[in-house]
Design a protein around this ligand. Structure first.
Ligand code: 5GP
Length: 200
């Protein structure tokens, strides 16, 4: 059976990457979103095993030692990692696997799996990003300033992604990522295998 594709989505806090991911999942039921493990505290709106597997630092360290992560990174004092086994399983079933992860993890994936498709979701401008963060009533000014600083770092790494999609309008952003994935399907090397026209 044809293996699924590994698709990495990153972008600064407040850019709306979660909404883009939801749009992609709704568009294509063959796509599966990886559930990461994290040491950060669970938020009231979250359920263990749904948004994340919430685990202790000890458990996280054990998973690293046992090679259970495809990638992992530390982000704002907490650890986040993508468990390898479920990802491999879904890829083997032919499902496309989405990883919504930060930039250090995305670079690790590109090293280990050069065939992965990496997409950075950017805001139309830095001002737009700041305005979006301020619009979230749950975040104080100090937290916003920290997120904007982190965003600057993330934008410095953005040129290393395969694609950059600007999220000005959510429908357009989802359609852009879907177009990237469709173009990948139609790449000669991928498409010929499908058509069994590979020759000799
Ligand atoms: P949050 O704590 O707001 O849910 O996520 C913080 C950041 O961690 C986001 O940029 C999110 O995409 C990223 N993240 C979530 N899971 C993983 C993961 O498994 N690996 C990496 N490298 N980053 C992750």
């Amino acid at each position: 059976m044809k293996k699924g594709r590994l698709i990495v989505i990153s972008g600064p806090s407040g850019v709306g990457k979660g909404t883009v991911v939801k749009g992609l999942l709704a568009r294509d039921p063959n796509t599966w979103l990886s559930v990461s493990a994290t040491t950060r505290a669970i938020r009231p709106s979250e359920t263990d095993g749904v948004q994340y597997h919430f685990i202790s630092h000890e458990q996280f360290d054990r998973m690293i030692a046992e090679g259970q992560f495809l990638e992992y990174a530390r982000y704002v004092n907490n650890c986040y990692g993508s468990p390898l086994e479920p990802i491999e399983q879904k890829l083997a079933e032919g499902r496309d696997v989405l990883l919504e992860i930060e930039v250090q993890g995305a670079l690790q994936i590109k090293q280990k799996r050069p065939e992965a498709i990496t997409v950075f979701i950017a805001a139309p401008s830095f001002e737009a990003l700041a305005a979006r963060l301020r619009g979230r009533r749950d975040t104080d000014e100090a937290a916003i300033a920290l997120r904007l600083e982190t965003a600057k770092e993330e934008y410095r790494i953005a040129p290393q992604y395969d694609y950059i999609v600007v999220n000005d309008d959510i429908e357009t952003a989802v359609a852009d990522v879907a177009a990237i994935l469709r173009a990948d399907t139609l790449r000669a090397e991928n498409h010929l295998k499908e058509l069994s026209l590979g020759g000799n």
